[in-house]
Design a protein around this ligand. Sequence first.
Ligand SMILES: Nc1ncnc2c1ncn2[C@@H]1O[C@H](COP(=O)(O)OP(=O)(O)OP(=O)(O)O)[C@@H](O)[C@H]1O
Length: 307
Amino acid sequence: MIAVEGVTKQYGHFTAVDDVTFTARPGRVTGFLGPNGAGKSTTMRVMVGLTRASSGTVTISGRHYVDLPNPGLEVGVLLDASAQHAGRTGREILVIAQQFMGLPRQRVDQMLEVVSLTPAEASRRVGNYSLGMRQRLGIATALIGDPEVLILDEPANGLDPAGIRWMRDLLRGYADRGGTVLLSSHLLHEIEVIADDIVMIGNGRIVSQGTKTELLHAAGTVVRATDIAVLQRALEQLGITATVDENGDENGAGGGAVLRTDVDPALVGKVALEVGVALTELRAADAGLEDMFLELTATSQRDVAIA
Ligand SMILES: Nc1ncnc2c1ncn2[C@@H]1O[C@H](COP(=O)(O)OP(=O)(O)OP(=O)(O)O)[C@@H](O)[C@H]1O
């Protein structure tokens, strides 16, 4: 488990991370999302003692990173895949990690296999690796000590679609075996697919956090029906606000007017049954992580949409 409590990081008068609190739990993949410069990397660097927080604390499995006697056995870290020594081979980098952590030699070959780096690739210098190969090597280094916690900054960066699928399966399996995974990403769809819990940060502050289901379903319900006005009246008589959009919604099946409400789809279905209105569409209004992300971090986006 990773517990971040009230972490603030100031550089002079600039607050890069502002009172950030969240928990990444065992058995779950926690996605850490935010626009460029939001404070994700700084928060992750604070977690592993590379940056000193101005205030607040982070504990990993109940202890501060600096107090871990052999940190690689407790927490696997990938912050910058390009930071590996360019003159060493992939295998050498893993051997150094294996020796440093006091692990059996065979862990090196096991890890190369896990991340699908061939023996020929492993004997090449890292300076000649593609970004995707560096990410794989970085993930191998993070995993070599068989830690319970993984902290990965943009691990999908540079991976091709098959590589992204591979990484997703790897992290899913790791979390399903009880591990704690915290990963940051700009790839919103990737987070939407892989994460169980999501923490969104903008301008150094947490703007939203919760389970993916909670966040995505917070958007209410979208309905199409044979007589939408009757359904709208019935809902309003129960004190439920329901708005009708005559132009519909391009994401929905079919055309026509759409009714939106904040309540659960099950309740809307029940009300429709009671008033004898046939529903032609009933679904949770998944705004999609991208819409939610842009909305919640609107004040911290560099680029605004051009209408
Ligand atoms: N050593 C430093 N000195 C001054 N400012 C810094 C330092 N490190 C980070 N910052 C600033 O803190 C803010 C947060 O940076 P950070 O790298 O944590 O963002 P990020 O969310 O990881 O962004 P990205 O997605 O672009 O990597 C940025 O405005 C950055 O310029």
